[in-house]
Design a binder for this molecule. Structure first.
Ligand code: BEZ
Ligand code: FE
Length: 286
């Protein structure tokens, strides 16, 4: 009896028929169908699949408590951003979401609205201000805004071994009664995603660059609303059209204005040039 490729696919799909979790059954059967279709479409050889298995093994071996190479793989294949876009509430008037990324930490310092969260991070001073609103435009007071970003050298605090547990260019602030917020930080710069692992090799072998355009991360939470995970990107960045993780959405490009030394909008005196950026976030009701 011959076992045709089609019969093998059908047998593998049918092997999940008794699964009593309907969602798991659907996911596994669809995964088998698509994997088999991929092998058929590309006429995948056994040697190529062995190389694929070695790549996935190396990806797992690169992971530890702070490094998640599989998430980086998902990000660089566009899967993370696809899921964000598929489940985003932005079609209802809310600010668009983008990827969380690997550099959020649960221990950012809680700071007063208007604070400087740079804490010694290198870079030109940047004053960020704005409001958090409902999708209908109502100001949201006491919204919690978790902020994190890379510095002028394109590094997050957690990538600097010398800082150990010190946190800089990150912090959590709350909006005031009018939904307003402000903070000082440093001008973010573009940076490459980690390239010292198998995902970096994959990018190199595929003639892809590893860069993300400069951005600031925001995770905003407000009672009665869905958490918003997003970035504001720096306009004019050379990588806006080729973000390695496909996270850019035009509505998330902010206007960064440069100013000569002098008095900033909050009255702070600056002896060096500084930047300002204002943005209004709209939250999707839950
Ligand atoms: C980030 O923006 O921090 C990031 C997102 C995806 C992969 C690597 C970094
Ligand atoms: Fe980032």
């Amino acid at each position: 009896m011959t076992f045709s490729p089609q019969a093998i696919t059908e047998a593998a799909v049918a092997s999940f028929a008794q699964c009593d979790n309907p969602r798991l059954k659907q996911l596994m059967q669809s995964l088998v169908r698509h994997l088999h279709a991929f092998a058929q479409e590309t006429q995948l050889t056994e040697a190529e699949w062995m190389a694929g298995i070695q790549f996935l093994t190396a990806t797992g071996q690169k992971c530890d408590d702070v490094r998640q190479e599989f998430i980086l793989l998902s990000d660089t294949l566009g899967l993370s951003m696809l899921l964000v876009a598929m489940h985003d509430g932005a079609q209802h008037g809310a600010t668009e979401a983008t990827v969380l990324g690997p550099f959020h930490t649960p221990d950012a310092p809680a700071l007063a609205n208007g604070s400087d969260l740079s804490n010694g991070a290198p870079g030109e001073p940047l004053y960020v201000s704005g409001r958090v609103l409902s999708a209908e435009g109502k100001p949201l007071s006491h919204a919690k805004i978790d902020i994190w970003q890379a510095d002028a050298e394109g590094l997050y605090d957690v990538q600097r071994s010398e800082l150990e547990t010190q946190r800089r260019a990150r912090g959590i602030i709350e909006t005031d009664a009018q939904g307003c917020f402000a903070f000082w930080s440093v001008l973010p710069e573009a940076y490459p995603v980690p390239t010292d692992g198998p995902v970096g090799q994959m990018l190199l072998s595929s003639a892809r660059h590893p860069w993300r355009p400069a951005h600031i991360h925001f995770l905003i939470e407000s009672a009665g609303h869905q958490p918003l995970v997003t970035h504001i990107f720096r306009e004019g960045d050379q990588y806006l059209d080729s973000d390695v993780v496909f996270g850019v959405r035009p509505s998330l490009v902010g206007q960064f204005a440069q100013h000569a030394a002098g008095t900033a909008p909050d009255g702070r005196q600056l002896s060096q040039p500084y930047w300002t950026m204002a943005y209004e976030f709209s939250m999707q009701a839950s």
